[in-house]
Design a protein around this ligand. Structure first.
Ligand SMILES: *Cc1c(COP(=O)(O)O)cnc(C)c1O
Length: 416
């Protein structure tokens, strides 16, 4: 395995443990021959798909899958040719539970007895932080520091982030998600800080999060084929491009997937890239689909490295806030604002006569975004039990300024 910026080979375990490559690039998943994925359920398909990647590594991939995938990813068919891939049945009610829990399981396996306590430092636009915190909460040998943009996450997301306690510290940053991401990058560029805390990243650049996300696309696609509906195409609500990259990679490895369509909110850097061939990162703007408020998607470097003719492998469209609201209101299913972007993009394709079998990734449970969804649909959204349990706990987060010095100070309490 090598990074996007060099040809030096490292092992997958090393790539998973270190997150970002030392040269500042992103580790690339290896190229493998296309294979048929076996198995009849999510876990067996996950094992079949991931095992060749983990062949010579210090990670027992089946054990990691058992540890991580404790909930399912069912496709709910709304019409014979249109489904919702429900990725929100995990403990924090968003798809990021899959990647975060698998990553935590890998790091636990790789941890040597008596090794220094590791700090997982993570910037979140809302859902990552909770998924990572939940995955590492009370796990021996780890602690978690979460940075999130104050006031830019939903009230329930904020509550979730501060509700773990124990080995999890939540910092609310006076800035945007891009600020949070920059602070984390800068912290990783400080060798002394890195060593003192045995820092590890858990953002969607981490291969330990990216790779397991292929599993639910394999599961959904193979179930779709088995149901006689043919090879499906996917609409993926997209921010940092981790989830959609996993979908593209699953297809590269041989999973029967037809087309892949990205759906973004008004942060339209990716649709613009695919339309013009120019990548122009921008400042992110706040939208109703806040987990996709990303102006400089970190996986773009991976995307362009793997697929230089990117417009041939994926297309994209974007949805403004007004249309997100309309879509939630009009939908027969109760959906979150991110999923609404996906549903709207599918509606547009249908109106242009596209009649393939499409599955929209439902990336979060609508109950996480009750303050947006409930006024639009005029009723309460049922809260899944695991989310209800978190919301019943007390919650607290420390406010900090949007610069790396403030982060260093906040982390210094751990140095004693
Ligand atoms: C993180 C997230 C996204 C965006 O996923 P990326 O992998 O960053 O593209 C979409 N929807 C929800 C609910 C999310 O939490």
């Amino acid at each position: 395995m090598s990074s996007t910026r060099s040809t030096t080979e490292v092992s997958l375990s090393f790539a998973i443990e270190s997150g970002l490559a030392a040269d500042g690039g992103l580790y690339m998943p290896p190229k493998l021959p296309q294979r048929e994925v076996e198995g009849g359920d999510l876990k067996s398909r996950a094992a079949s798909l991931l095992a060749p990647l983990f062949a010579d590594e210090g990670i027992d991939v089946r054990k990691a899958i058992e540890d991580a995938f404790t909930f399912d990813a069912p496709t709910k068919w709304l019409k014979p040719d249109a489904g919702l891939l429900e990725l929100f049945h995990g403990p924090t009610a968003a798809f990021k539970d899959f990647g975060a829990r698998f990553f935590a399981a890998c790091l636990s396996q790789l941890r040597k007895p008596g090794a220094q306590l590791k700090t997982i430092l993570v910037a979140t636009s809302g859902d990552t932080g909770a998924a990572v915190a939940s995955a590492f909460h009370q796990r021996d040998g780890f602690r978690v520091v979460i940075l999130y943009p104050d006031g830019r996450v939903s009230p329930r997301q904020a509550h979730q982030l501060g509700a773990f306690g124990d080995n999890v510290k939540a910092l609310r940053v006076a800035g945007s998600f891009d600020d949070c991401q920059r602070m984390v990058k800068e912290a990783f560029a400080m060798p002394e800080l890195r060593t003192a805390h045995a820092l590890s990243s858990a953002n969607s650049i981490s291969l330990g999060r990216l790779l397991p996300q292929m599993a639910y696309y394999a599961h959904a696609a193979l179930s779709c084929v088995a149901a006689g509906k043919g090879k499906p195409s996917f609409v993926v609500p997209t921010g940092n491009l981790g989830n959609a990259f996993a979908c593209l990679l699953a297809r590269e490895y041989g999973v029967p997937i037809d087309r892949v369509k990205l759906a973004t909110n008004a942060n339209r850097v990716l649709p613009d890239l695919l339309a013009t061939g120019q990548y122009q990162p921008k400042k992110s703007v706040a939208t109703l689909a806040n987990a996709m408020d990303v102006g400089a998607p970190s996986n773009v470097e991976r995307l362009l490295h793997r697929f230089p003719h990117v417009a041939e492998v994926v297309s994209a469209d974007w949805v403004d806030d007004e249309t997100i609201s309309e879509t939630i209101k009009r939908s027969s299913e109760v959906i979150c604002p991110h999923t609404a972007c996906g549903m709207e993009v599918l509606r547009r394709m249908r109106s242009r006569g596209d009649d393939g079998t499409w599955i929209v990734a439902a990336t979060a449970h609508p109950a996480k975004f009750d303050s947006i969804v409930e006024p639009l649909i005029g009723r309460k959204v049922d809260v899944p039990p695991m989310l209800a349990e978190l919301l019943a706990r007390p919650s607290s987060a420390e406010p900090i300024e949007a610069n790396v010095n403030a982060l260093v100070t906040a982390m210094s309490v751990y140095r004693a």
